[in-house]
Design a protein around this ligand. Structure first.
Ligand SMILES: [Zn+2]
Length: 382
């Protein structure tokens, strides 16, 4: 993963190699446009420093790119990320993914659009990470309007079209990865990321790694975690977390209370305007979500719970209510060491996380590229 410029002498120690050997390898990488080597500016040197100035080595962020595609229930989005995981181009279209083939076709078009925006070519792309809610990723049972996804392999289909590696990542895991690498969970070993969009789920990062479980269903709590709200669910049961944990669900509840249709967009508008009924409902829903999450918090005892997904855009009032709900359901010792925070990467967390999973393949691809470029004589001058 990308990191700030590092002294070449420190790299020698870290890699347990000789300065000459490292210089030779770095020269090849520099010639291939992968690393940058710069001498510390004289003005930055401590007064009176002697000897050769140190050389700093850094990866060139745009030496390669990874793509993320988010198949949402209202939007299809593609982003290009550089080696730091920063978005350099993004494009989205309104979309409802009923038909898998049409969705993959449209994703292909979006990829072609977004790489032109980023000024790159497909052969410079490490891979594509696709993220989607639990409800319609491969190998998971999709139902209702999304039933056609059950036997569909989005990674295979899109990979065949693009000619680059494609992987599918659950949206909650993807969000957890992004927050762990470059968001609210930076430096934390154990965390849970809660995706509150259509198809809510928990993404666990345990000992620094995503925990998917034996069948990829770890954290699939939409119809397993129960709330005391007892709202009827389309799965036939009552009180499933999904009945309260998305903008659509909360907008639907507000519609029932106010006797007029409320869309998710109107819900957020009312919350921003300080509508008392909307705020009260959000606090109540947040408490129910927190209570439903409490068993998972008790089981894994993470130090950090990150609230992400579309509903998290409701901000601090929701986060506070969820925190209170969790505290009611766990031991005081667990609650005392648990931080509940809003996703720092916001709406982009999950699509960036999908791209980041592909960035793990960057060293292999970059090393292959460097092998075919002869080393430069850069080191001879420094
Ligand atoms: Zn249900």
């Amino acid at each position: 993963m990308y990191r700030p410029p590092t002294r070449r002498t420190d790299l020698c120690d870290e890699l347990d190699t000789s300065p000459a050997n490292l210089a030779r390898q770095l020269a090849s990488l520099a010639a291939a446009g992968i690393v940058n080597q710069s001498v510390e500016a004289p003005t930055r040197r401590p007064h009176g420093a002697r000897g050769r100035p140190p050389v700093f080595v850094s990866l060139i962020p745009d030496a390669a790119h990874a793509l993320g595609i988010e198949i949402g229930t209202r939007t299809l989005r593609a982003v290009v990320c550089d080696l730091r995981g920063e978005i350099v181009a993004s494009h989205s279209v309104p979309w409802f993914p009923v038909d898998p083939n049409m969705t993959i076709g449209r994703s292909h078009e979006l990829v072609e659009h977004v790489i032109v925006d980023a000024g790159i070519a497909l052969d410079g792309v490490i891979g594509v990470g696709v993220t989607a809610a639990h409800a319609f990723t491969a190998h998971l049972t999709a139902t209702g309007a999304l039933a056609a996804w059950s036997a569909f392999e989005p990674a295979t289909e899109l990979g065949a079209r693009l000619g680059v590696p494609v992987s599918v990542e659950d949206s909650a895991i993807a969000g957890g990865v992004a927050e762990h690498r470059m968001g609210a969970g930076l430096g934390r070993a154990d965390l849970m990321y809660v995706s509150l969009s259509a198809g809510c789920a928990i993404g666990f990062i345990l000992s620094g790694r995503p925990h998917r479980g034996a069948t990829g269903h770890a954290g699939a709590v939409a119809h397993a975690a129960m709330t005391a709200g007892r709202q009827p669910c389309y799965c036939g049961r009552y009180g499933c977390l999904e009945t309260v944990a998305s903008p659509e669900a909360v907008a639907g509840l507000l519609g029932k209370l106010s006797g007029r249709p409320v869309t998710p967009a109107l819900l957020f508008e009312l919350l921003r305007a300080g509508d008392r009924r909307a705020r009260r409902l959000l606090a109540e829903v947040g408490g129910l979500i927190g209570e439903a999450l409490a068993p998972a918090v008790s089981l894994f005892n993470p130090g950090l719970c990150i609230i992400g997904g579309e509903l998290s855009l409701a901000g601090e009032p929701l986060v506070v209510a969820i925190r209170d709900g969790i505290e009611r359901g766990v031991r005081p010792e667990i609650a005392a060491r648990l931080s509940v925070v809003q996703s720092r990467r916001g709406r982009e967390a999950e699509v960036v996380g999908a791209a980041i999973t592909q960035l793990a393949r960057a060293p292999e691809l970059l090393a292959r590229r460097a092998e075919v470029v002869p080393g430069s004589e850069w080191d001879a001058e420094h």
